[in-house]
Design a protein around this ligand. Structure first.
Ligand SMILES: [Ca+2]
Ligand SMILES: [Ca+2]
Length: 419
């Protein structure tokens, strides 16, 4: 295959419009499968919402990709394929810096070796090496400008996390009671990593954690009734983490953790049995992921301010987006401002393709829905103050089910402004 030809030939332009809190409607577009390849699968969206990364390929060969999204309108963008370096036959982009400039991932030569790399337009693809004594490595996340990278190193069945800074890898070890460490996400300042530890006995014991250079690892609790939790992602400042938890082998669902709320299960989409969360907005109020029954999947947006799980296949059309027969199966990331979502799904011909959507978001502090935060909203809040309240229309702006001083604080911080 002439992969250089593929790379040169594929520079796509999307006709997607509408972004930002005052936009009237939602919009949607597939990213498109590069010529001569058979699938495209997005894995992450940069926190700034300006780049989607993942992998595209055909049987036997995978290419990492970055698809830029022109901010703020998500108009023109460039799809760049990042090739595996021989003898590797598979390259996958697992993460991207917050500014979209640095892509990180792994490449694999058969079953023999997996190598972590970072890529930028200026520097191309560079190997990151591995921890001493650990032969394989893969990179999964980066900070805002890509100067700090998180990943994992493995040998046989063992695994440790690492934090890469200027070519030096700091090892992240499991805490007592666990035998393997997995890094999955990082805050924008690169000072907080999250992931999960795995126990050797029983092997299905997983628990999520957060790690800082100064404080080391701190375990985060399971949701009530659960016996495992795995972190898939964190928001930009690291104050919220999301993932999957449940009772192993019985039931799994999306989980959310923050200092304020502790660990909570997000509601299942009605009629669906399993699911997981893969992205969270900067304010922690919007979470994206997927739900599943057997091999059938649907991309979901959880709105924590209202407590509602939305099927994006229904929500986007209801807000004016045309899906053109595309099925959204997975949502893999949401921008820091909560307006841009990316994932992958199925074309009308059932090919696997990546997608991006713009969904104008609600307006914190706006109780009456006029996109202004003023005395009218304060009046609604005061009429519900101190009571159980459901959603912004009843003065609960932070989604904790109560209208109280925390909501007043949200309103006052936005008072006199428009969304
Ligand atoms: Ca208002
Ligand atoms: Ca509240």
């Amino acid at each position: 295959m002439n992969s250089h030809g593929i790379r040169r030939a594929f520079s796509a332009v999307l006709a997607v419009t509408g972004c930002g809190a005052i936009a009237a409607g939602a919009s949607f577009a597939p990213l498109g499968i590069p010529p001569q390849l058979t699938f495209s699968q997005a894995l992450r969206l940069s926190t700034g919402g300006t780049a989607v990364v993942g992998y595209a390929g055909l049987t036997g060969t995978d290419y990492a990709f970055r698809r830029t999204l022109t901010d703020p309108a998500i108009g023109a963008g460039v799809y760049t394929l990042i090739e595996p370096t021989s003898p590797a036959t598979s390259a996958v982009a697992n993460g991207v810096s917050g500014d979209g400039a640095v892509v990180v991932g792994r490449e694999t030569a058969g079953a023999a070796a997996t190598t972590a790399w970072r890529w930028s337009q200026a520097d191309g693809k560079q190997p990151l090496g591995s921890l001493a004594g650990w032969t394989q490595s893969f990179a999964v996340c980066a900070n805002l400008d890509g100067s700090i990278i998180g990943g994992n190193a493995s040998t046989g069945s063992g695994q440790r996390g690492f934090r890469w800074v200027n070519g030096v890898l700091q090892q992240i070890n499991p805490v007592a009671g666990f035998s393997a460490a997995n890094v999955t996400a990082m805050s924008s300042d690169g000072l907080l990593l999250t992931g999960y530890f795995q126990a050797s006995s029983p092997t299905d014991r997983f628990q999520w954690y957060q790690w800082t250079p100064d404080g080391g690892a701190v375990l985060r609790p399971y949701a009530d009734g659960d016996d495992y939790a795995i972190a898939n992602n964190a928001n930009a400042d690291g104050s919220a983490i999301v993932g999957v938890g449940g009772v192993w082998g019985v039931q799994s669902g999306p989980v959310f953790w923050s200092d304020k709320t502790g660990t909570e299960r997000l509601p299942m989409l009605k009629g669906w049995s399993n699911g997981q969360a893969h992205g969270v907005s900067g304010d922690g109020l919007l979470v994206v992921g997927s739900v599943q029954i057997g091999t059938t999947l649907r991309a979901v947006l959880w709105d924590r301010s209202s407590g509602i799980a939305h099927d994006l296949n229904e929500l986007l059309p209801s807000r004016g987006a045309n899906l053109n027969g595309f099925t959204l199966e997975h949502a893999r990331g949401i921008s820091d401002d909560g307006t841009i979502i990316a994932g992958f799904g199925r074309t009308p011909a059932f090919a696997r393709d990546s997608w991006v959507a713009v969904l104008p978001r609600s307006c914190p502090g706006d109780a009456n829905g006029d996109l202004l935060i003023n005395a009218a909203d304060l009046s609604v809040l005061l009429s519900n103050f101190g009571q159980a309240a459901a959603g912004p229309s009843n003065g609960d702006f932070n989604g904790d089910g109560v209208c109280d001083a925390a909501d007043l604080s949200v309103l006052l911080s936005q008072f006199g402004q428009a969304c």
